[in-house]
Design a protein around this ligand. Sequence first.
Ligand code: GLU
Length: 422
Amino acid sequence: MHTNPWLQAQSQMMKISSLLNIPKLLISRLTEPDRLISVSLPLQKDDGSVEILRGFRSQHNNILGPYKGGLRYHPSVSEDEVKALSLWMTMKCALINVPFGGGKGGITINPKSLSEKELERLTKLFTNRLSLVIGPRIDMPAPDVNTNSETMKWIVEEYSSIIGSITPAVVTGKPIESGGSLGRSEATGLGGAYALLEILREKGINPKKCTAAVQGFGNVGYHVAQFLHEEGVRIVAVSDSKEGIFVKEGLSPEITLNCKKEKGCLSECYCIESICNLTNGIKITNDELLELSVDILIPSALENVITSENAHKINAKIILEMANGPVTSDADVILQEKNVIIIPDILANSGGVFVSYLEWYQNIEIIRYTKDEVFDRLKKQMQQVVKEVITAKEENSITLRDASYVVAIKRIEKKWKENLNA
Ligand code: GLU
């Protein structure tokens, strides 16, 4: 078995396509990206030196609408990684039922090694290189790992100056004052919380009796932890890329985040609350967090964190995949044997792209939704899609992951057939 995300994504696609008897022509469109762009980015550093970096954009499929998906800045970004992530975006957009196809891109770089000015120059250079193949009806990037609303603002500035017209709809996840949507930054985490609560409700499990551990304390990990904490789930552990903390009685994600910002690291933050004391709060590693005995494990960072190496050590009952591809396909099999319920990435984290769609729509129509309207739409959409996935699971006696792909591929097939007959 492999941990190459592209090979995994392709084999998942083949598996479901044969289950559904999908026409060969469509399978071939789903198992290769429509277009893969690789660009050279000579970055002028603040000290005058030049570093040549590589950027990618994979436009996987646009049967349902323009390509859509994030841009990440990370040392692991590669052609195969963006191809896999773009295929997952195609599935995610179809599943959450927005009129978008799938895309993903990124730059192979550790952004923490760059200054703010260097990051801005790099982002604008990347936008320049992509300017012919992105646009509000072509391909709209969004934030992903190590990119944020500021990155999106730079893209709008550069793209707008190239085409000579202010074009906020070229990206989503912008700052509110640059045309962003209220609720977009919370959307991925909140969507995951809605999906989980719906599945718990369906299984008759009381969230107030559940414990959870969250790996990855960035925008997604923080918000899912905070929303679940507000629903009464006891968040016993969180971790970032360096380290984690375990507090048996539960911690407040909000207080922990504020503490991390103030002290600079998580390990200083396990004894700041009244309910926390030194005997109970301990520092743990990322690996230890994954193996905790909790009801819900929430990987919210990168792909391939649960593999055949550690799958048998997982003690959680439910895994909510807030990251893209955190469980490898061979680990998936081991976890199934252990009866672990996996709420798959394309369902769990689809709230982000759903609210991206609302942002794009508000830009195109020049309207504004309130935060309550955004959250209300998100909740209804997640609940509806979870119901469809559960029905597909029961009808076909398959996992939630396979059922999510079934719902997504059926929507794509329907549109593809309509286009053929048009
Ligand atoms: N990067 C996010 C994802 O993987 C959001 C994509 C978007 O909103 O276009 O779902």
